[in-house]
Design a protein around this ligand. Structure first.
Ligand SMILES: [Ca+2]
Ligand SMILES: [Ca+2]
Length: 358
């Protein structure tokens, strides 16, 4: 048997095999004394399958690599030769896949789990992880600690024992709580103040500070000092960024005369209503701290200090027993640091009807 070869041609799930040599150059010609035993025929008959044909065909199901062998025996002298071939059905490349979980204690640490699948007849022999931050690993199930929270494109490349590769990428979204900006101030001298950052980040570190002192001066220091050109009230703001680029900001007013940081409140009279047949004015205020008083002038000669009761996101203050007429109502709220705001409205009373307008 010179020039002995075994060739296979695959089309879809169908494979055709042909053994050839100078003794049996073509299929389906009597080739005695040679007998062909195809390994895949063993699937159908428990023992050996003898054939006097040097060609055969087989149907497969499922992608992968099928190792087939052909034993060619010589009935006259009892000798045998074995030929092997791989039948590749479909794409034999592995399918890369992974999932991940956050470490319970250290949220910057990610535990990666390889879920890649090798096709039949192959196995995955190498893993290459690209964590998206310039680092890599060749472990099958690595864990990786990122230096700061962000969104990373992680790519896993798997290689089979045949050298077939597949790449799978997934974006890893790391959680990041934004920082809370805050600061305090200390007077150094007349118009000079030291500003102290008191911002916090619950799950990381603050790495950048942007101060605006309200007089067009800015600073990138954590705890800057600043001298104003003239006494007055300035809007001081601080914007901070954490190690995951999340930001937080806070502003308040600095009165250079008192050295006190305080945001003035705002107040808004918004309507009139009835509760148990008693008319009330609804109003709302906002502040960065504490409102200490709400002074009402009801426009009919009566005044009252009354912040009312909180109901449905609003405050309610009962109005006096007005007689028919038109009344200018004014409220002034004062916060714990002396900041004030006021609002006005016109109340009209006519018979049983009471209305309010601004
Ligand atoms: Ca954070
Ligand atoms: Ca305030």
């Amino acid at each position: 048997m010179d020039n002995l070869t075994l060739s296979v041609s695959v089309s879809g799930n169908h494979a055709e095999f042909m053994a050839s040599s100078d003794k049996f150059p073509d299929c389906f010609k009597a080739s005695y004394p040679y007998v062909f035993t195809w390994s895949f025929y063993k699937k159908y008959s428990a023992g050996y399958y003898y054939s006097f044909d040097s060609c055969a065909a087989e149907e497969y199901s499922g992608e992968g690599v099928y190792k087939e062998s052909l034993s060619i025996g010589n009935l006259l002298d009892g000798s045998a030769r074995v030929l092997e071939t791989d039948v590749i059905i479909g794409n034999p490349s592995p399918i890369g896949s992974f999932n991940y979980a956050f470490d319970e204690i250290n949220k910057k640490r990610i535990l990666f789990k390889d879920n890649s699948i090798a096709k039949r007849g192959t196995k995955i022999v190498s893993w290459l992880w690209d964590f998206g931050d310039g680092t890599t690993s060749e472990e099958q199930n690595p864990s990786h600690e990122y230096s700061f929270p962000s969104n990373y494109e992680v790519t896993l490349t798997v290689v089979s024992d045949r050298g077939d590769k597949n790449e799978y990428s997934q974006r890893v979204d790391m959680p990041n709580e934004p920082p809370a900006a805050n600061f305090r101030v200390e007077s150094v001298s007349d118009l000079t103040f030291s500003f102290f950052d008191e911002s916090t980040d619950t799950d990381g570190n603050i790495v950048k500070w942007e101060w605006d002192f309200g007089d067009e001066a800015i600073s990138g220091e954590q705890n800057p000092m600043h001298t104003y050109g003239a006494a007055g009230k300035y809007r001081v703001s601080l914007k901070v960024y954490d190690d995951g680029y999340a930001e937080g900001s806070y502003w308040t007013m600095l009165d250079t005369t008192t050295g006190i940081l305080n945001r003035d409140p705002s107040v808004n009279i918004s309507g009139i209503g009835l509760f148990n047949n008693r008319p009330f004015i609804s109003f709302k205020y906002d502040d960065d701290g504490i409102i200490e008083s709400c002074k009402w002038d009801f426009g009919n000669g009566t005044t009252r200090e009354d912040c009312g009761t909180y109901y449905d996101n609003m405050r309610r203050v009962f109005v006096p027993n007005y007689s028919n007429g038109t009344y200018n109502v004014k409220v002034t709220v004062t916060d714990n640091l002396g900041g004030k705001a006021s609002d006005e409205a016109t109340v009209k009373v006519n018979g049983g009807y009471i209305t309010i307008s601004k």
